[in-house]
Design a protein around this ligand. Structure first.
Ligand code: ADP
Length: 246
């Protein structure tokens, strides 16, 4: 049986309501954020004091050379790893004051993730890979939202396929659908076009643009690709663990 039929509920809205850019409270706020990894007796300073503020509705690209701290920043913002020092608020919440279960719940409800390697479950169809996100979140299957998201991402005719029968671009579009189907306040994308050829990259980037513009999805995307970054409406450049240009 399909997960979508197991978790079918009658909950309503398909498309997120419009949000205002520039509301008083930023969705992301960091202050002097530092992260030091200790490898044996060696300290690696991945972040050396990052101050960043992102408003709801923004599409922000964080760019910079490999090793400059982009992934570390994304992982901290997603509550996947704690900072060594400094302050980080996501939607007004500080992960450091949350217990593990609370942090997990917060992530499920507020943050969607897209990774370079798609991370789809290989034994499930595209439909169930997306529907399972709604199941895990616990609010049940929302058919309107599912319809709106899969339509926008152009994957409706691929929903019965398992990941191995999809191209890289299609797999990434399924992964994006999974990330946003629960209407997260924030989408964190880690090199979403890193595994794609230029044609598929363009398709995925155009869809992320649409997601931001038409669904008012706040997006923070990290990339080392200047072309990918150009679809965002704000670009932050990092180097050696710091923001050097905004
Ligand atoms: P980017 O995403 O820009 O490539 P990262 O955030 O992955 O940069 O890495 C920043 C620095 O932190 C690099 O020097 C990297 O080697 C180091 N680093 C990242 N993750 C770890 C880790 N888990 N353990 C030790 N060092 C790490």
């Amino acid at each position: 049986m399909l997960l979508s039929s197991i978790f079918l509920t009658t909950s309503a809205n398909g498309v997120q309501p419009a949000r205002h850019i520039g509301s008083m409270e930023p969705i992301i706020s960091t202050e002097n954020l530092k992260k030091i990894y200790r490898i044996g007796k060696v300290d690696v300073a991945a972040l050396r004091g990052v101050d960043l503020s992102v408003q709801e509705g923004e599409f922000l690209a964080v760019v910079g050379p490999s090793g400059c701290g982009k992934s570390t920043l994304l992982h901290i913002l997603g509550g996947l790893t704690p900072p060594t020092s400094g302050k980080v608020l996501v939607d007004g919440n500080d992960f450091s004051y949350m217990k593990d279960a609370e942090r997990t719940k917060f992530r499920r409800h507020k943050i969607g993730f897209v990774f370079q390697r798609y991370n789809l479950l290989p034994t499930l169809t595209a439909r169930d890979n997306i529907a399972i996100a709604q199941h895990i979140q616990g609010d049940g299957f929302n058919p309107h939202r599912f319809e709106a998201v899969t339509e926008m991402l152009g994957i409706k005719d691929k929903l019965g396929h398992k990941p191995y029968a999809l191209s890289g671009g299609e797999q990434q579009r399924v992964a994006i659908a999974r990330a946003v189907v629960c209407e997260p306040k924030l989408l964190l994308a880690d090199e979403p076009t890193g595994n794609l050829d230029s044609e598929n990259s363009q398709v995925v980037l155009t869809m992320m643009r649409t997601l931001n513009r038409d669904f008012r999805q706040t997006i923070l995307m990290i990339t080392h690709d200047a072309e990918a970054a150009s679809v965002a409406d704000r670009i932050v450049r990092m180097r050696d663990g710091r923001i050097i240009w905004d």
